[in-house]
Design a protein around this ligand. Structure first.
Ligand code: ASP
Length: 341
């Protein structure tokens, strides 16, 4: 097979870090140099690549909407000339970036694969080499059959907006808890072609929808929450991802808490309920503690990850000014991020 051409957007992460006297930190130049000089990356099984090392390289704990915008704009500029994009990124907020890009990159008709590693490439035992090489092989072999933002990590190929960092110790750091992986890579590549979003024959031009001018927050319920703590954070925001118990339940006997939610709803704040359990779908009709939330205007995020719900809220609130329209669109499948009951 002829070599494909891919664009590598290197944003940072452990993969290219070195240990300093203040702990691991990005090492400018190191990873790009390895990619250029290690003969492995010249293999006929890998695509040709151009690498753009970002300045500054970031630990992804420092990343946010302006960094997502930078990556999205970079992809918009280069994707027309390439068969696909590899984003090299830290693992800590990779699931947020993957979700955000999936919404921002409207009419995406080629693959964007995001990877990183738990151990830096410069260490003798690492997961960096496999994650890099396998992501590049995926792009070389299948670039014409994938049209979505994915994560490849530790043998799993995942839809980006379904992914979650689930492990801080082992190499299988990511999973998509409410959806089977798009593929598994062991001795062989096993891809679920029925699930993978594929290119269309006559695509509209790629368009980047900016994200991040809206003000959103996320809040995880805990037993003993005081309404005085909760209510102030609802002021001045447009959207909230509320991580609730079990099937999406909340302490409905706490009147001040419920009143705060009702007031937020009246003020046009879009409150989206996602379940705290790793697996499962919010079902607000199942318990009285869930129904009460519906009564005060909270909407179900069904089985979206908190990462997908937050970035989708940002995306929609940046695009739409009418909260009811945002509520409706939050409950529609835009990029494969949600399973509707
Ligand atoms: N703190 C690092 C980051 O997210 C962790 C990693 O890449 O694994 O950039």
């Amino acid at each position: 097979m002829a070599k494909r051409r891919i664009y590598i957007a290197y944003a940072g992460g452990t993969i290219g870090m070195r240990t300093t006297d203040r702990g691991r930190a990005p090492a400018p130049g190191y990873l790009a140099e390895q990619l250029r000089t290690n003969p492995i990356f010249d293999s006929p099984e890998l695509p040709e690549f151009t690498i753009n090392e970002y300045e500054p390289l970031l630990d992804s704990s420092n990343m946010g909407p302006s960094d997502w915008a930078r990556i999205a704009k970079d992809i918009e500029k280069h994707l027309p000339k390439y068969d696909g994009v590899l984003v090299i990124h830290g693992t800590d907020t990779m699931a947020y970036t993957a979700s955000a890009l999936s919404f921002m990159l409207e009419n995406l008709n080629k693959p964007v694969i995001i990877t990183g590693s738990q151990v830096p490439l410069c260490e003798l035992r690492n997961d960096a080499m496999d994650n890099l090489v396998t992501s590049m092989i995926l792009l070389q072999r299948y670039a014409d059959r994938i049209a979505e933002v994915c994560i490849y990590f530790g043998g799993r190929f995942l839809r980006g907006n379904r992914a979650k960092k689930i492990d801080g110790e082992f190499f299988r750091a990511f999973d998509s808890p409410n959806m089977p992986p798009l593929g598994r890579v062991g001795i062989d590549f096993e891809l679920s072609w029925d699930a993978i979003r594929k290119p269309v024959a006559d695509p509209k031009p790629l368009h980047v929808q900016p994200i991040g001018t809206a003000s959103v927050a996320a809040f995880r319920l805990f037993p003993g929450l005081k309404a005085e703590t909760f209510a102030p954070m609802l002021e001045g925001i447009q959207g909230l991802v509320l991580e609730c118990y079990g099937a999406g339940n909340a302490p409905h006997r706490n009147e001040a808490f419920m009143e705060a939610l009702q007031q937020a709803n009246r003020n046009g704040v879009v409150v989206v309920d996602v379940p705290q359990p790793l697996h499962g779908c919010a079902n607000l009709s199942l318990y009285a503690t869930g129904r009460a939330l519906l009564d005060v205007g909270v909407i179900s995020g069904f089985d979206m990850t908190p990462e997908a719900a937050l970035t989708k809220l940002l995306y929609l609130l940046t695009r739409e000014s009418n909260p009811d329209k945002v509520r409706r669109l939050m409950q529609i499948d835009l990029r494969g991020e949600i399973s509707l009951p």
